[in-house]
Design a protein around this ligand. Structure first.
Ligand code: FAD
Ligand code: EPU
Length: 330
């Protein structure tokens, strides 16, 4: 039973019946037909294998970057198995700007549209023109336009109607030459005379200071999404907690940092065996060594029930939890 430990950044000790990398659609379908249960994986930075998986893990290694320059844009068609951060770094190197705020996010290009990765004031959907892939039931190809992807905060059609039903093979991006630099988020505002390179370097510096490096301490980034609540609910919270942060989402909703809710309940540094709520960013749960899926589920459920009891907010996991037969809900 091959180990999955190095295939997911949380690093729990789980295995599967088979791990098969593929670099084209034909070999993907060929391998997939040999097992009744399959799980498609990119970099494993948003997936946690809680226990041994009774099936095959198919690891996307479709590579290739095509570049086309127009008078006003750089267009890119990128293979889903390319590494996200390497793509951003090479764009900055080449002078193709816009995605520098998304530096150092782990994982593959193919997964970036799925939860519409975002950081430091930018979401990847800004640059995605279309997503190419194959429907798993019919082996027919598709290209979905930006509008058809139904992007939202950590959300897209790939988490709903198309969840588990497609292989994304390529993502198409357009980077306008007249791109505006975004320095509105937190510490980025302190940059004087920002350039794409200085934003790229500063995002890397901030992330290294705040977030644990999965190569040193197993984790999957933010374990939960930031909850979006209606304004009346937010207003009730501010009556009780005058320092609760909130960011307007449209005119009727407010996004509340889950890190604040978890911090306020005193979870920072709290551990259940090998799983710990990270001391500098409590939205991140870490594997301090020898953790089990059960430890993780226990701590995550404890956080969820405490947040619900104190703030009447249901936290939703951002990560995918995989059990014996496939995805499971908390
Ligand atoms: P995986 O975990 O391999 O897969 C995620 C899901 O996508 C799975 O359901 C999988 O089946 C599916 N999938 C993967 N590839 C394909 C494909 N080609 N076709 C169809 N389905 C596919 N995210 C952010 O948005 N912002 C951040 O700032 C951020 N910071 C992070 C920091 C750390 C330290 C870590 C560990 C994670 C962070 N993340 C962040 C989360 C994660 O990096 C992103 O969600 C990333 O896009 C996941 O990519 P992956 O290839 O590792 O996905
Ligand atoms: N906070 C606390 N205590 C802490 C840390 C943070 O109260 O110890 C509060 C503060 O009010 C702070 C707020 O939480 O202002 C937000 O913290 P931070 O800027 O670190 O961002 P986040 O909301 O926790 C989100 C994303 C990250 C992304 C950063 C930067 C989600 C679920 N997470 O985190 O994405 O990198 O913003 O843009 O939206 C990921 O998705 O895996 C991820 C790491």
């Amino acid at each position: 039973m091959p180990s999955l430990q190095s295939y997911h950044t949380f690093g729990l000790d789980a295995s599967s019946q088979q791990i098969t990398p593929f670099s084209d659609i034909e070999s993907f379908f060929d391998a997939r037909s040999r097992y009744p249960h399959n799980y498609l994986l990119g970099g494993g930075s948003n997936t946690i294998f809680l226990e041994d998986f009774e099936g095959q893990i198919l690891v996307n290694e479709i590579t290739g970057i095509e570049h086309n320059e127009t008078e006003s844009t750089h267009e890119l068609r990128v293979g889903a198995g390319e590494n996200w951060h390497q793509l951003v770094a090479s764009c900055v190197d080449n002078g193709w700007h816009g995605m520098e705020n998304l530096a150092l996010i782990p994982g593959s290009v193919g997964a970036c549209p799925i939860q519409n990765i975002g950081a430091y004031g930018v979401e990847v959907e800004t640059f995605i023109t279309s997503v190419e892939g194959v429907y798993l039931d019919s082996n027919t190809r598709f290209t979905l336009s930006h509008a058809e992807c139904l992007f939202g905060y950590r959300d897209s059609i790939f988490k709903h109607e198309l969840a588990g039903k497609v292989l994304i093979t390529h993502v198409n991006f357009v980077l306008p030459k007249q791109n505006q630099l975004i320095t509105t988020y937190g510490e980025l505002a302190a940059l004087s005379d920002p350039t794409p390179l200085s934003i790229f370097n500063e995002v890397i510096r901030i992330r290294r200071a705040k977030l644990p490096d999965p190569a040193e301490l197993g984790n999957a980034g933010s374990f939960f999404k930031n909850p979006v609540i209606d304004n009346a609910h937010y207003s009730r919270l501010t009556d009780e907690f005058d320092d609760v942060p909130g960011y307007a989402v449209g005119s009727e909703h407010t996004k509340v940092p889950a890190a604040w809710l978890i911090d306020r309940l005193g979870f920072k540094g709290r551990a259940i065996n090998g799983v710990r709520c990270h001391p500098t960013q409590p939205l991140v749960l870490t594997n301090t060594g020898g953790a089990t899926g059960k430890d993780l589920v226990t701590l995550a459920r404890e956080i969820m029930s405490s947040v619900k009891a104190r703030f009447t907010i249901m936290l939703e996991p951002e990560v995918r939890l995989v059990g014996r037969k496939g995805l499971i809900e908390l």
